[in-house]
Write a protein that binds this ligand. Structure first.
Ligand code: UD1
Ligand code: CA
Length: 503
């Protein structure tokens, strides 16, 4: 049987979340690559509700802006004063009315809190299915927990087992407090019956609030059907109230996500230290080594190995690539490319197929063409490197003149000598070479060898004259003696008289 779409889903997110002790509203704290409310809205999206309302209050501007960004179809309704969950739902429905949707469709109205990031679409769907199947006015998702302290307790008729109502912890007597079946705070309601009961709520209770939970008791006393779905996965109903629970929810999400990818054919060597955000996409036969985080919109192609000790944020990795002990953000790593160890790949970096960024290399806003290599100790900032080129160790693309950034280009099959400074803006033609230690400030034509450094000059005997008595001078003297006793045929280094004038 297919259930109707919910006519509306109401997400409650007006509370302060005091126990987070944070300047950030509670529902905007993130785990697994999404905010708490982001996870809730994602689970809800799977139900395709006709209307989606988020009740905001504390931090309304921030929460409202975030909801608008991630769920453009959602309507944020402001609850000026947090007079209770029942009041919040009333305000939500009044908000919908004023948005021109007074006549909700036949589908149920779902209510849930914005701080339950572990709820799944499947569980919400089974709540809807049970609700519709039972012809219920209200249906609540419940869970049996070891320590029900603080939760509302689900009351049932001892003879029939039917739900008779919910009593809040603060209003419960000892017998009621002994009940371990708790209200998870997730409900499906018949829209008409919900409106009717909300109009009859009072604040006659321990907290002086309009309790949404009282709707169920009102429905029972009106002779309407009230149902319950008891979930066997208690963690789904876990609400985050402080940073300890935030970390707990994060760890549960991590395990859930890792298991999903392992079942899809990804090898995760150490799931306990592998953190994969909700929107990451992995192909089959990807290998994730230990202590690795894949975040944001990162995707990794088949056969690639990432880690150990690596963090990728919004990175597209092709097939058969390797990223070892490195950090990369907003970059593309081509098929068969290699990165690391100890490489810092900053936004705008694009590595072509089989390109390489080796140890202690930093790249930013740089294109490295197919098969080109930057193997050691270099900075490649604001540069375009063609195909098959080699950038010698310790080369720096000098992109900043102290005021502005400039871009340099290097052609195909270029050989940049080690320890070169490529002072932008400069262009090095196809097939050109540069001598090691050069400071390149002018364009180099294709095929040329650019030499931009002082010629070496050896000042003979300098150490023995200027550093007399030092171990260096003594070593030099011994070498000189050895050269003179071994005769003039010797090619000892001390015999060299080569000296050239600097350029
Ligand atoms: C509520 C339930 C309780 C249930 C528990 C599950 C009521 C009266 N009690 O208790 O039975 O076991 O959730 O976690 O509903 N909110 C608003 N506006 C308000 C009040 C609350 O938007 O005026 C929001 C909060 O931000 C939160 C959610 O509603 O997201 C639940 O409110 P909270 O105060 O945490 O309810 P509990 O006292 O925990
Ligand atoms: Ca409360």
């Amino acid at each position: 049987m297919s259930s109707p779409r919910p006519s509306a889903v109401v997400v409650l997110a007006a509370g302060e979340g005091t126990r987070m002790r944070s300047a950030t509203p509670k529902v905007l704290h993130a785990v697994g690559g999404r905010t708490l409310v982001g996870h809730v809205l994602s689970a809800v999206a799977g139900l395709e509700p006709e209307h989606l309302v988020v009740v905001v209050g504390h931090g309304r501007d921030q929460v409202g802006a975030h909801v608008a960004a991630i769920a453009p179809d959602a309507v944020a309704v402001v609850q000026e004063q947090q007079n209770g969950t029942g009041h919040a739902v009333r305000v939500a429905l009044e908000g919908l009315d004023s948005w021109g949707a007074p006549d909700l469709g036949p589908g149920p109205v779902l209510v849930l809190a914005g701080d339950t990031p572990l709820l799944t679409t499947a569980t919400l769907q089974s709540l809807v299915d049970t609700h519709v199947g039972a012809g219920a006015a209200s249906t609540v998702l419940t869970a049996a927990v070891d320590d029900p302290t603080g939760y509302g307790r689900v009351l049932r008729d001892p003879a029939t087992g039917h739900v008779t109502g919910i009593v809040e912890h603060k209003d419960a007597d000892d017998a009621q407090r002994a009940v371990r079946e708790i209200n998870s705070g997730v409900y499906a309601f018949d829209a008409v019956a919900l409106r009717e009961a909300l109009g009859r709520l009072t604040t006659d209770n321990a907290q002086g609030e309009e309790y949404l939970t009282d709707v169920l008791g009102l429905h029972v006393s009106s002779g309407l059907v009230v149902a319950a779905v008891a979930t066997d996965d208690v963690v789904e109903t876990l609400g985050v109230n402080d940073r300890v629970q935030l970390a707990e929810a994060g760890a549960i999400l991590r395990d859930r996500t890792n298991r999903r990818w392992m079942r899809e054919g990804v090898t995760i060597v150490d799931p306990a230290t592998t953190w994969i955000d909700a929107d990451v996409v992995l192909d089959r036969d990807v290998v994730i080594e230990r202590n690795t985080g894949l975040h944001g919109t990162t995707s990794v192609g088949s056969g690639s190995v990432v880690g150990p000790d690596s963090t990728l944020v919004d990175v597209v990795v092709g097939e058969g690539a390797s990223v070892v002990r490195s950090q990369a953000t907003s970059a593309r790593i081509g098929d068969g490319a290699t990165v690391g160890p100890f490489t810092f790949v900053r936004p705008g970096t694009v590595l072509g197929p089989k390109a390489k960024l080796g140890a202690y290399v930093e790249a930013k806003n740089a294109v490295v063409g197919a098969g080109s290599k930057v193997p050691h100790l270099s900075y490649v900032g604001d540069a375009e490197i063609g195909e098959g080129s080699n950038i010698g160790a310790a080369t720096i693309f000098v992109n900043y003149d102290g005021v502005e950034k400039h871009r340099s280009t290097v052609g195909d099959h270029v050989r940049i000598g080690s320890d070169s400074m490529i002072v932008a803006p400069v262009s090095i033609g196809d097939g050109a070479y540069t001598a090691a230690g050069s400071v390149i400030i002018d364009d180099v034509p294709p095929g040329a060898m650019a030499v931009a450094r002082a010629r070496q000059r050896n000042v003979e005997g300098w150490v023995e004259r200027k550093r007399a008595g030092s171990p260096s001078a003594e070593a030099a003297a011994r070498a000189r003696d050895a050269a003179s006793t071994s005769g003039p045929a010797s090619a000892g280094s001390g015999g060299s008289t080569h000296e050239e004038t600097p350029q």
